[in-house]
Unconditional design. Structure first.
Length: 117
C-alpha cells in the first residue's frame, strides 16, 4: 500500500467515524432518556462548573474529565449548527431545559432537607 493509499484509507475512516458520531448523537437527542444521559455526562464532566480545587491531583483529574465533556458539547453544538432542519438545535435546547428542571427540583429538595439553607 502506498503512502497516498494509506492517507486516503485513514481519511475514509475518519469520515466514517464522524458519520457514526453524528448518527449516535442524533439518536440520543431524539429520545428523552438519551437527552438525559448526554446532559448528565456533560455535568459529570464539569462542563457547567469550575474544576478549581485545592487538591492539584483532583483538579488535574477533573480537567481531564472536562476535556472529554467539552468535546462532547462541541460535537452537539456543531451538529446543531449543521442540521438544516433545526431539529437538533431544538432537541439540544430541550435536553438542556429538561436537565436544568431536574437539577432545580433536586436542589430545592436538598434545600428543604437542610431547613432552607
Amino acid at each position: 500500500m502506498t503512502e497516498r493509499d494509506e492517507a486516503k484509507r485513514i481519511e475514509n475512516l475518519r469520515a466514517e467515524e464522524a458519520r457514526r458520531d453524528e448518527a449516535a448523537l442524533r439518536y440520543l437527542l431524539a429520545d428523552k432518556n438519551g437527552r438525559w444521559f448526554v446532559y448528565r455526562m456533560l455535568e459529570r464532566c464539569h462542563v457547567f462548573s469550575s474544576t478549581a480545587d485545592g487538591n492539584a491531583n483532583r483538579m488535574m483529574m477533573m480537567e481531564g474529565e472536562r476535556r472529554v465533556g467539552v468535546e462532547l458539547y462541541e460535537n452537539l453544538r456543531r451538529l446543531s449548527v449543521l442540521d438544516e432542519s433545526g431539529e437538533c438545535a431544538k432537541q439540544r435546547s430541550l435536553a438542556e431545559a429538561e436537565y436544568v428542571s431536574f437539577m432545580a427540583r433536586y436542589t430545592n429538595g436538598k434545600e428543604q432537607e437542610n431547613g432552607g439553607l
